[in-house]
Design a protein around this ligand. Structure first.
Ligand SMILES: Nc1nc2c(ncn2[C@@H]2O[C@H](COP(=O)(O)OP(=O)(O)OP(=O)(O)O)[C@@H](O)[C@H]2O)c(=O)[nH]1
Length: 315
């Protein structure tokens, strides 16, 4: 009984651990997380700093399990919310097994990147991989330039890159290679999550993020930071036949000032209606069940500066 397989000793050990991507707003962190996991778990948007929650995506492989923690962008704190977000980022860095620093290929290495690199250099023990993202947007010459600049950035900041990897999450190029390079940097260990789990983020938080994402689309630049969404209740509708279930989702969309209400709601409420429809479709796709979304807009005055409100809104 229990005679060990003759090949077992030579097989690579199973590895498991945590990784996070850092980088300037819009560097492509969320998109890369999604590409690695293979399904939409993190929220992407072409507006900066829309990722508030640490959504984890889980990459399952026969030889490893890689848990991705998606952090908000590090930025100059101007409000209490800004300070809290930066604290979240630093705490995350100290806890993960490997950090991927995302630098978009189509943008020169700049002061924002140097700021992050300086902070990263202080997290001494965690291996750091430089990920040059959006390679589909750069020609060969630009790529060469960027790879040299990234190497240089590491040297200036005192970071020894474990790897420098160019990827395109959109074109699906080198995403598998990135996973191959991250895995050996994880500690040996059994899977941390059951197979098939893609994220352990509570459903309500993911749903709130989907609504927020829909609400952000096409609004003015200053609005993103002023929107927060809280899912108040999710209940299966009573008296529905078993083959036609319906889930009632009640959510509040908070803005900071009454003057923002018009922007969010739109003429004759059309904009809010569109946001609701779009978010509902995404929620249905996520949960695999028909949904009735009841969405209300509320003013929570200056919520970004008020600790009590921040707690209520989940920060
Ligand atoms: N062409 C191209 N665009 C990309 C790629 N990856 C991301 N993008 C785009 O870049 C924008 C920002 O991507 P995100 O993944 O939201 O960036 P992020 O770093 O998570 O942004 P924050 O949440 O603001 O920190 C989006 O419009 C993406 O579609 C890529 O590989 N190629």
């Amino acid at each position: 009984m229990n005679s060990p397989d003759a090949t077992a000793g030579s097989a690579a050990p199973h590895r498991s651990g945590f990784a996070c991507f850092v980088g300037r707003p819009n560097a492509g962190k969320s998109t890369l997380t999604n590409a690695l996991v293979g399904t939409k778990v993190a929220i992407t948007s072409n507006r900066p700093q829309t990722t508030r929650h640490s959504v984890r995506g889980i990459v399952h492989r026969p030889d490893a399990q890689l848990v991705l923690v998606d952090t908000p962008g590090l930025h100059k704190p101007r409000t209490l919310l800004g300070q809290r977000l930066n604290d979240v980022v630093r705490t995350t860095w100290a806890e993960v097994d490997v950090i991927g620093f995302c630098l978009p290929a189509d943008q020169k290495v700049g002061p924002g990147d140097r700021f992050i690199a300086k902070e990263l250099a202080q997290v001494k023990r965690t291996p750091k991989v430089a990920v040059v993202t959006k390679t589909d947007l750069a020609d060969r010459e630009r790529m060469t330039e960027q790879l040299i600049a990234v190497d240089q950035l590491g040297r200036e900041a005192g970071i020894e890159w474990a790897e420098i990897v160019p990827v395109s999450a959109v074109a699906g190029e080198q995403v598998g290679l990135l996973a191959d390079l991250l895995v050996p940097l994880l500690p040996e260990g059994p899977p941390l999550y059951p197979e098939g789990d893609l994220t352990d983020e509570p459903e309500q938080v993911m749903i709130a993020e989907l609504i927020r994402e829909a609400a952000l689309e096409g609004v003015r630049d200053e609005l993103p930071h002023s929107i927060a969404v809280v899912v108040e209740e999710m209940l299966p509708r009573e008296d529905r036949p078993a083959d036609r279930p319906l889930l009632d989702v009640h959510a509040n969309l908070f803005i900071e000032r009454p003057s923002q209400k018009g922007i969010v709601i739109g003429p004759k409420g059309q904009r809010l209606k569109d946001v609701g429809t779009k978010a509902r479709r995404q929620i249905e796709a996520l949960l695999g069940t028909p949904v009735f979304l009841d969405l209300h807009v509320k003013v929570a005055k200056d919520w970004q500066r008020d600790p009590k409100q921040l707690r209520r809104l989940g920060f």
